[in-house]
Design a binder for this molecule. Sequence first.
Ligand code: HEM
Length: 418
Amino acid sequence: MDNQMPREEGLDHSLSLLKEGYRFIVNRREQLKSDIFETRLLGKKAICMVGSEAAELFYDEDKFQRSDAAPNRIVQTLFGKNSVQTLDGEEHRTRKELLMSVMTTEQINKLLDITELQWEKSLDKWVKMDKIELYEEVKELLCKVAFKWIGAPLHEEEVKTMTKELAAMFESPAAIGPAHWMGRTLRNVIEKTIQQHIQDTREGKVSFPKDSVMHKFSLYKDKNGELLDVETATVEVINMLRPIVAISIYINFTVLALLQYPDQKQKLKMYRDYAKMFVQEVRRFYPFFPFVAAKVKKDFVWNGYHFKEGTLTLLDLYGTNHDPKIWDNPDEFNPERFAHWEGTPFSFIPQGGGDYYLGHRCAGEGITIKLMKIGLDYLVNKMEYEVPEQDLNLELDDIPSIPKSKIILKNIRRVSAQ
Ligand code: HEM
């Protein structure tokens, strides 16, 4: 017999989700004392789940589908229409193969070189400035990196606009009202620019480097020998650009961790392997993507609970990364927990769980870690700075959560190589 899933009473809780942000699922998990519960979102029944067992279930593609799952506001700002995030089965795997085809050692090394060079150039600029807002500066830095890596031109006078456009996509999905609509409008602007590059490539008017994202995505043909339609190819190019700029949020958290836990700097300077553990702990500890969404593909029963076809289901990423069943003292910042960490692909999931190639796990997780390590190296070993009085508060009800002051650094100096 099916058990009744623990349930939150009330007509609709969509506004509470927007208000409570990262704590929406965790708050209810605590109230209802269950890793899985039913609520109502967007006027319909929805299921929320947290934990590694729930993640393993969520990534079972026989049970859950992505098409038609993400709310329209997320598709319009963050994903883009017909993007890899919204596909299932064979169609998803074929598209994902294209995206993963640019994650070769050669391409990744190219990205790392570009990133190092851009940090050097930015540091040259920052030492001449009184103070900087690190978040804004790193977004621009990474926007230049992203364009250079995909192979598309970006003129100095376009940097601010393009940065704003790409950032609006990850800063606005959860926003209400004008900020959200601004995100949508800006997405339309960048789409036009990329579409033009793709069309020009196809018509032979321009030629991007053969192994670049621009070249590969513009000229990619499916199994039937058909080119992707221009809109879809554009969405996937943006799927590479936008998240590289979004790494700025993690760089922010990196500095925040250095400021909040000052003893960490010494450990980073002393132990070579500490940087990797530190970066992993930053990704676990601080909030970025709150949850991922899917729909029940067909009726099934799990642990006695009935999942009805078509029910929206949210997997709590932030909650799983703070799940006391997986992590000792989850609310303690402790990179050393990763020294001998033996997890599964479903227990540490800041960028989704499961398999990169077969499932929806983030295509750029590897490069995110590498780019964060470069940022960390600059912040710990290659520059010195002062941190004036400022409001570094993070609000768990803002998605994404960015320290209020955007991290102001003053009197930046280069540390000369020893
Ligand atoms: C800033 C750090 C990043 C975070 C927090 C992040 C987070 C995520 C999350 C939570 C997902 C959804 C997983 C799911 O649906 O199950 C995802 C998917 C994805 N990410 Fe990332 N990501 C980041 C960086 C990147 C980078 C640098 C790239 C590529 C340059 C990238 C490309 C993608 C793509 C293409 C998908 C869709 C994969 C699919 O649906 O198969 N991400 N990411």
